[in-house]
Design a protein around this ligand. Structure first.
Ligand code: R5P
Length: 300
């Protein structure tokens, strides 16, 4: 087996390779002066099972194009099978038509991944449970929920002073799974609304009991507005401490500042998306999904 990495999240690819007792195989991504890229596989892959790790986070378009070219180059070099680890699947929030006239961007991505010759996808905490249905190839859908449960237990937060919180109705399934893993901890959900034109986030009042410690769990943090608004309403309703767990640190624009200055004490995310030094902040802690991905690859 050989493992390659695109350029979007090399630290995670290295960690996965390490846990598989493999070295990252060599490929070259050359950027022409006009921005176009040329991908070349350097190591031999003839008749090999190949893993490619590429998170399609910001810049999603570039990272996807690079991934398509890597897969094409591997195919042309005779790889036996190509499994692609996409720890964060870009465009996953555009998985259906929200308003008349919109493209279903994720469908276009899925069709392109299939067309270039991907044999299998490994992804984490997809925005909707229905996303795997868009693929006609095998997809392993892993979740960071067990990592979060472990951290909560380590901190002894699975106590009677703590409530799990979904920041929107779409996250109920996720919060139920975490609750079950933690021996049926109580959970509540906030009613969130996002203006599709401005992106502004508002929430309704909370009608359920908020306990002194609130643990908010989401699939991703992009602008940070969902979390900031959730933390505000939780504090207003009696929470003394707000802890956040989110799988994908998309961290657009000034999300790190919003989170650091928000009414919350701690933010746990995973390494599905690489976080540059400038985007790290004191309240942030990163949990690694490398072990989980490596175990999944080993068990295939
Ligand atoms: C939305 O349904 C997702 O689960 C996240 O809550 C959302 O994408 C977070 O985005 P932002 O950080 O921009 O509010």
């Amino acid at each position: 087996m050989k493992i390659f990495s695109g350029t979007s999240n090399k630290p995670l690819a290295l960690a996965i390779a390490d846990k598989l007792d493999l070295k990252l195989s060599e490929l070259e991504v050359f950027v022409f002066p006009d921005g176009e890229k040329r991908v070349r596989i350097i190591d031999k892959v003839l008749d090999e099972d190949v893993i490619v790790v590429q998170s399609t986070s910001n810049p999603a378009d570039e990272n996807y194009m690079q991934l398509f070219f890597i897969v094409d180059a591997l195919k042309r070099s005779g790889a036996k099978s190509i499994s692609v680890v996409i720890p964060y699947l870009g465009y996953q929030r555009q998985d259906h038509v929200f308003r008349d006239g919109e493209a279903v961007s994720l469908q276009v991505i899925v069709e392109t991944l299939e067309a270039v010759g991907v044999d299998k996808i490994i992804a984490l905490d997809l925005h909707s449970i229905k996303i795997p249905e868009l693929f006609h190839l095998p997809i392993e859908h892993l979740s960071a929920i067990s990592l979060f449960a472990k951290k909560i237990k380590e901190n002894k937060w699975n106590d009677k002073n703590t409530v799990l919180v979904s920041p929107d109705m779409g996250g109920i399934r996720r919060i139920k799974l975490l609750s079950e893993e933690l021996g049926n901890m109580p959970f509540i959900s906030i009613e969130k609304n996002r203006d599709l034109t401005t992106g502004e986030v508002t929430v309704g009042d909370i009608n359920e009991k908020v306990l002194p410690r609130a643990i908010v769990v989401d699939d991703m943090i992009s602008s940070g507005k969902t979390i900031a608004v959730a933390a505000n309403v939780l504090k207003k309703n009696g929470a003394e401490e707000v802890i956040v767990f989110a799988t994908h640190p998309v961290f657009s624009i000034d999300a790190p500042k919003i989170l650091q200055e928000g009414k919350l004490e701690k933010v746990y995310v995973t390494d599905t998306v690489f976080i540059s030094k400038e985007k790290r902040f004191p309240k942030l802690e990163i949990l690694s999904v490398s072990e989980m991905i490596a175990e999944n690859i080993k068990s295939a």
